[in-house]
Design a protein around this ligand. Structure first.
Ligand SMILES: [Zn+2]
Length: 397
């Protein structure tokens, strides 16, 4: 059984010795208090830093690795949705499993072992298959959560709401919605309320694609927060994208951000996709199309960082490394202050775990699910974006 002494390694900006053995953390001591002496037969890993595994709060495994099959000539969100609608018809179980496994392997190679995927409820085979994949991945030490996501809305055409409800009943972990894509503002709000009702009925979480548009009149996030507060859903609601918040008039943005913080709704920013998909109706100057992470943080709101697309019809360049998403966010979101950059990195192994029940602790008796990084400084890690050494996964079958 693997025994390793991490010697003079950085955890949360402090220096520690930490020992793992038999798949668990068995001892740790802060360097200012003392040190752990090496034991016979033990591997010693010196310096660098340790974090928990990373968590991915927002990706689409049903569409992952499909970008090449239907090239997005314009690079736009609308063409991506059109291409996906065609691809979705030809999905097979074997293809879904193969791509899901391959993408999950890409994630684990970059240190991410908790993954929340959306699955388009327009294809119930995809929903069933990803729910089956969840079992398969659990055996490999990977937690998969599945969100029932109605890509084309639930009220725009007959049958869509029923398919969405059926998908949730199959055993999804969260109810999705896409209120800004419904026909009218009112129907968008109705879809939000229906999502909460459905989640309540099944005792599951809510995770919406919320206001993924540059339209400053797209006002769904406030409804999501009000519903979360009124129904006591605090801590179980994620609002993804929220790019319209970027374009709200400042007084309205301030009000909504306060509401987000009060409601405990987590906003998940997806910087890789949104920086290229938003701003497409702008002439110059072009908006950046990311939600207001700095202001959300300042108000005490909780933010996650998602990758969203791993080589899918919307974004061909996804690597499944969350460091890439973080790197894009700190550039485009003007988060290059030293503390802001460290917070961006920390989000990947702390706040990104909130949809999964919270971040793991690196303390004695906990499973040794740790990542070792070659630098002590998070800013260096963001600069180089290296692969971590991943500990704590079962041996490959
Ligand atoms: Zn998405």
């Amino acid at each position: 059984m693997q025994r390793i002494l991490f010697s003079d390694t950085t955890i949360d900006e402090r220096r520690w010795d930490l020992r793992i053995a038999g798949g668990r953390i068995v001892a740790r001591i802060e360097r200012s208090e003392g040190r752990l002496e090496p034991e016979a037969g033990e591997e010693i890993v010196s310096g660098g830093s340790l974090t928990p595994h990373l968590a991915e709060p927002h990706v689409h495994l049903d569409a992952a690795l499909l970008g090449q099959r239907a090239p997005n000539r314009s690079g736009t969100l609308r063409e991506g949705i059109r291409n996906w609608a065609t691809l979705r018809e030809s999905l097979t179980e074997a293809d879904l499993i193969a791509r899901g496994l391959r993408t999950a392997q890409m994630y684990t190679s970059w240190g991410t072992t908790r993954i929340r995927t959306h699955v388009d409820t327009g294809n119930l085979l995809a929903v069933q298959t990803l729910l089956a994949l969840k079992e398969e991945l659990a055996g490999r030490g990977i937690t998969l959560q599945v969100v029932a996501f109605p890509q084309e809305g639930i009220l725009r055409a007959p049958g869509r709401r029923a398919a969405w409800e059926q998908a949730v009943a199959l055993g999804c972990d969260a109810v999705g919605a896409i209120p800004h894509l419904e026909r009218t503002t009112e129907e968008g709000w109705r879809s939000v309320r229906l999502a909460f009702e459905l989640a309540e009925a099944h005792g599951v979480a809510v995770d919406l694609h919320c206001d993924e548009t540059d339209d400053p009149q797209s006002r769904n996030l406030e409804v999501v927060c009000a519903e979360a507060l009124d129904r006591g859903f605090s801590g179980r609601v994620v609002a993804g994208h929220c790019t319209a918040l970027h374009s709200y008039p400042n007084p309205h943005a301030a009000k909504v951000i306060e509401l987000v913080a009060a409601s405990g709704v987590q906003v998940v920013c997806n910087p890789l996709d949104n920086v290229v998909l938003q701003g497409r109706y702008d002439d110059y100057p072009r908006r950046r199309g990311l939600t207001r992470v700095d202001e959300l943080w300042e108000a005490g709101a909780c933010v996650g960082i998602g990758h969203d697309s791993v080589q899918d019809p919307w974004y061909r360049l996804g690597t499944a490394s969350l460091l890439d998403a973080a790197y894009m966010l700190l550039h485009v979101g003007h988060l290059t202050g030293e503390d802001q950059m460290r917070r961006v990195f920390r989000t990947l192994h702390q706040d990104n775990h909130l949809p999964f029940g919270g971040p793991p602790e690196l303390s004695p008796d906990q499973p040794a699910r740790v990542l070792w990084w070659p630098h002590a400084d998070a800013i260096e890690l963001l600069r180089e974006r290296p692969r971590p050494r991943v500990f704590g996964l079962p041996e490959a079958p």
